[in-house]
Design a protein around this ligand. Structure first.
Ligand code: PRP
Length: 214
């Protein structure tokens, strides 16, 4: 096996596999994975592992995987001991600040409370606005937290906007645009430069083809 690549499960999974397939990689084992966790490419000398987004960074940082595909949202929130090499321009969504329509976050008298899965991103956003807010970490379904009075607003990702809409929340501001990124272990970029650059080149071509098709 010349390269091991960590792919993020869930939201990005199908989109990442589509990009690899467009680039001539054999993802059949990943598509039909069952309970298997280590999945060899059927066309190239590559092994895939499917992991949660935070674990993707961990495996790449420690060199257990040479490369990884993970959302920019996870990269913005976490540590950064890797090289971010390519924007796949897929899995696109936005980091937003949202609240109930009657909330008045920017002029309320009491300290604003924000619910989020991304405390670092939220803290940085409000620091840029010189606002001292209380951040409350939520692990899932963040949209619930303002509805039942836990927080005044949320910083979260939105893709279609349907979760916000279904819960009567409105977007107050866009924090950042996000998409799937390819990250590379620092040592792998030196030690396996040719193999890594080959994968990056193949994927870059697929990104360009997608852009031309649009
Ligand atoms: C994300 C996000 C929103 C939802 C938005 O959650 O936290 O809840 O997707 O998507 P939409 O704009 O298309 O409605 P995710 O599905 O990743 O699950 P989680 O809340 O369990 O983390």
């Amino acid at each position: 096996m010349s390269l091991r690549i960590a792919l993020t499960k869930g939201r990005l999974e199908d989109k990442t596999l589509t990009m690899l397939e467009k680039s001539g990689y054999g993802t059949e084992n990943v598509r039909s994975k069952g309970r298997a966790l280590v999945l060899p490419d059927t066309a190239k000398d590559i092994e895939y592992v499917l992991v949660k987004s935070n674990d993707c960074i961990t495996y790449v940082e420690h060199g257990a995987c040479d490369m990884g595909v993970v959302g920019k949202d996870t990269l913005m929130e976490g540590s950064s001991d890797y090289f971010e090499m390519l924007d796949l321009k897929t899995g696109e969504c936005d980091f937003i600040l949202a609240a109930l329509p009657e909330a008045d976050l920017f002029s309320q008298n009491s300290r604003v409370r924000i619910g989020t899965k991304y405390p670092n991103v939220a803290r940085e956003y409000f620091a840029r606005r010189n606002m001292d807010v209380e951040i409350i970490k939520i692990d899932g379904s963040v949209e619930l937290s303002p509805l039942i009075g836990l927080v005044d607003g949320i910083v979260d990702i939105t893709e279609t906007g349907s979760t916000l809409k279904a819960n009567g929340l409105v977007i107050l501001d866009y924090v950042a645009h996000i998409s799937a990124r390819v990250i590379v272990n620092k040592a792998s970029l030196k030690m396996k430069k040719q193999e890594v650059m080959q994968v990056l080149g193949d994927l870059r071509k697929a990104v360009m083809e997608n852009a031309e098709g649009n």
